[in-house]
Design a protein around this ligand. Sequence first.
Ligand SMILES: [Fe+2]
Ligand SMILES: [Fe+2]
Length: 133
Amino acid sequence: MNTDTPGWSPNLAMGHPEIDEQHRMLIHMIRELSARMDAGEHRQGVLDALQGLLAYAATHFEDEEEMMEEAEWEGLDRHEGLHAEFLWKAGDLEAQLKDDYAQASRELLEYLLTWLVAHIATEDRAFFSRARP
Ligand SMILES: [Fe+2]
Ligand SMILES: [Fe+2]
């Protein structure tokens, strides 16, 4: 990942401390995973980091979806679909790593990070900045 790689920035803040912390952590975990791959860390270390990321992401998505459900937000179904897409892509990367570590795609990791940052900035924001009755 290079200097153009998106990271956390204050404009990603939702104003919800717990969610903001989770987003910060998710971005950090993806960048950390990338650094491990770049450093040529052995496969198991990279797999562990990816599985940690998958578990953390799943918990974060559940937390968000629960909040959306409680708020009876009309965008819930669509948003759930987007979360599933992320987990599916991350699962793809996991399969690649298991299959052939040397050939596993860095592009997929870049994609995950870009996806996440864009998701926070637009899709999550749509919920957290919604007009409340
Ligand atoms: Fe989120
Ligand atoms: Fe989300």
